[in-house]
Design a protein around this ligand. Sequence first.
Ligand SMILES: C[S@@+](CC[C@H](N)C(=O)[O-])C[C@H]1O[C@@H](n2cnc3c(N)ncnc32)[C@H](O)[C@@H]1O
Length: 192
Amino acid sequence: MNPAMQADDTRLTRLITRQAQKRHLAALWAAAAGIAPGMIVLDIGAGSGALSFEYAALVAPGGRIIAIDPDAECIAHINEQATNRALPLHAITGTAEALPPLPAPPDRVMLTDALHHMNDPTTALRRLHAIMPPHAILFIAEYDPAGAGAMGAKLSRRTAPATVAALLAAAGFTIQAQAAAPDEHYTITAIP
Ligand SMILES: C[S@@+](CC[C@H](N)C(=O)[O-])C[C@H]1O[C@@H](n2cnc3c(N)ncnc32)[C@H](O)[C@@H]1O
């Protein structure tokens, strides 16, 4: 294997390993968002897909996960796993700010530990608002800047709940609930 290919492989392996450590959160996020069989779930900023794979098991039969991330290597990995494991999951390379066309409108939009990574969260939330049908729910999980900083995103990179609430209001969302959550997170559910 040439050194460039080996470096890419190591990077993906590192991402997969790191994200697998957060897999336990998928059941909590799914329950809080009300993910159920038959639903179309848009997982924005899906990374290497550890949580998307868990959601895929929960929407069967009849539902589907659409995973989106700008990292083409992660997207290839997710689609390979989805095929190998026969999961109802399709991954697309893209960003929330410039959403690619979706195969179906979502019932739930999962935005977990991704908002603080985005270059333009204002545009991202506006785009999501534009594609969500009235019955859909947006679920956000973020690391809390009031946390200890013992795990997850560096304290300096975290976004305060009040900032996310202001971004949501500016994008046209109404907040339904906000809660403290495990591993230094807070969660927000909002409707368009
Ligand atoms: C820490 S990972 C979160 C993975 C997963 N959602 C979770 O809860 O563990 C953040 C992901 O956001 C993605 N990301 C960064 N900018 C983005 C954007 N503008 N739109 C969508 N995803 C983005 C990154 O590529 C990365 O895979």
